[in-house]
Design a protein around this ligand. Structure first.
Ligand SMILES: Nc1c(C(=O)O)ncn1[C@@H]1O[C@H](COP(=O)(O)O)[C@@H](O)[C@H]1O
Length: 164
């Protein structure tokens, strides 16, 4: 039986997918369903309105939004939904993601976006924090998150290897 994913991964452009794919892969590793969509506040404003204003009614619980440059997407989604929104600043060509970070992080008080790190670590952590929200009400997922961390811990060697 197909179930409605509780996490939406949205991004401003196809060009964000190599970064946002890390969020998708992290959710797959945790066996959490997601739906990925391209939505742009600038280029597809009607799609943005449609998505953000219906996200809760569609059954989503958490939204991960990645965008680069003038990254208004996460904040605009947050303006139109009460769901928690986690923003991923995608690395930009001109300013290396500093512009994306500042566009996402500096929200006015009252409309929150939980902002992650620039680029791939941010995409991975957005998935982990979104899964952690769902795990508050899902003990099996909480166990899978524990096992994810245990695997990560076990993979760190005690002694550095010669890389030359
Ligand atoms: N920041 C936004 C928004 C938005 O915030 O709505 N829509 C697209 N973009 C960003 O433009 C960058 C370049 O996009 P292209 O590679 O398509 O030119 C992408 O990182 C995208 O997230």
């Amino acid at each position: 039986m197909l179930t409605q994913p509780q996490i939406a991964i949205v991004m401003g452009s196809q060009s964000d997918w190599p970064t946002m794919r890390l969020a998708a892969e992290t959710l797959e590793a945790l066996e959490v369903e997601y739906e990925a969509r391209i939505v742009s506040a600038h280029r597809t404003p009607e799609r943005l309105f449609e998505f953000a204003s219906n996200a809760r009614a569609e059954g989503f619980k958490v939204i991960i939004a990645g965008a680069g440059g003038a990254a208004h997407l996460p904040g605009m989604i947050a303006a139109m939904t009460p769901l928690p929104v986690f923003g991923v600043p995608v690395r930009s060509k001109s300013l290396n993601g500093q512009d994306s970070l500042l566009s996402i992080v500096q929200m006015p008080g009252g409309i929150p976006v939980g902002t992650l790190a620039i680029g791939e670590p941010g995409a991975i952590n957005a998935a982990l924090i979104a899964a952690a929200v769902l795990a508050l009400f899902d003990d099996d997922l909480a166990d899978r998150l524990d096992r994810y961390r245990a695997r990560q811990t076990a993979a760190v060697p005690l002694f550095p290897a010669d890389t030359e």
